[in-house]
Every structure is written in C-alpha cells, then in structure tokens.
Design a protein around this ligand. Sequence first.
Ligand code: 5GP
Length: 189
Amino acid sequence: MEVLKQAILDKGVILSDEVLKLDALLNHQVEPEMVMEMGREFARRFAGESITKVVTVESSGIPAAFTTALQFGVPLVFAKRKKTLTSDQENYSERVPSFTKGIVTDIMVSKAFLSKEDRVLFIDDIIANGDAARGLIRIIERAGSELVGMGVIVEKTFQKGAATIREQGIRVESLVKISGLSGGVIEFE
Ligand code: 5GP
C-alpha cells in the first residue's frame, strides 16, 4: 500500500534498530481515510473466504479491524488485555509478553463471541516476534474456530514473527513490509 509507505516515511520515528514509533498513524492517532483503505485492501485480499468474524487485540488493531469488518459486513471481536489473569469458565485467556513494554499481559476473549462455526480473519497492527499474535491464534484454535488468515498492517521482516506463523501454515498478508531500520533509514521490502 503506497500511501501507507509514504505515511510511514513522513511520520514514523526510528527509536532503535528494532523499533519504529508509529504513534502519528497507528498507535496514538489514526487517519480515518487511510484506515478505510486498509479495510478495503484486506477485504480485497481475503475476498471469497466466507469470513464470519474479524478479530484483533486491543487497542491499536481496532481501527483497521473495524474497517475490515465493515467491508465484510461481519462483527469485530477485540481481545481485551488484562493486567491480572482472570481466568474463568466464561473466557479464553492467554499470557503474552509485550515487545515494546517489556511486560507480560493476559489477553482474553469471551467464549460467547467465538465458536466452532466461525471463519475468522485476524487483523494486527505490527508484527515483530509474533508473541501477541500467537496468543490470539491459540485462543482462536481453542474456540474451535477456523482461522482463515492474518492481515497485518506493518510486518517487520527482520524479526521472525510473521515467518514462524507462515511456517504453521497460516496465510499472512501484510500491507507494508519493513526489512530494516539500521542507520536511521526505514527500508521497505
Ligand atoms: P510481537 O508480539 O510481534 O513481538 O510485538 C507485537 C506488538 O508489539 C505490536 O502489536 C505492537 O503494538 C508492538 N510493536 C512491536 N514492534 C513495534 C515497533 O517497531 N513499533 C511499534 N510502534 N510497535 C511495535
């Protein structure tokens, strides 16, 4: 998505060789028209897959997951983050380390919102090592839902997350792939 690449070049801030701050377009502020285009692009890529639900993890995945769900005309379910494990009979929860915050959180989805009948598209904002994504994939599997694939806004290909998920046989579609951040330069694949 060229418009997204340009926005990343204009507004992204390199914090280190591994981390790109994207607060101005993904993690703190969002531009509605660009997020609408993300939804249309994911809908094009996963057309014909009979998707019944779009899922994401709060909070930065929600805008693009919402516009994608709107395109498919299906509900959006967002996994909630919990500071303490509130594992009960009603929820699926998984513990995931946070790449940027250096802490561990629990993500949870109510059993009421995912079922064996669902064909699920998972939308995520940024994939690095893939821990957060693997947590939600485990929840989708435990619910018995069919994971149709994963749509990622920004994939950092110099970290192994997306590659390991593809190795599991899961289709991963990324709008932008960043292959490096060294030397203060954002490199696209
Ligand atoms: P992972 O679990 O794949 O290692 O990290 C995924 C999460 O960490 C993303 O959802 C995102 O919130 C955050 N993250 C990882 N790398 C970056 C980065 O370079 N920039 C920003 N803004 N967030 C990142």
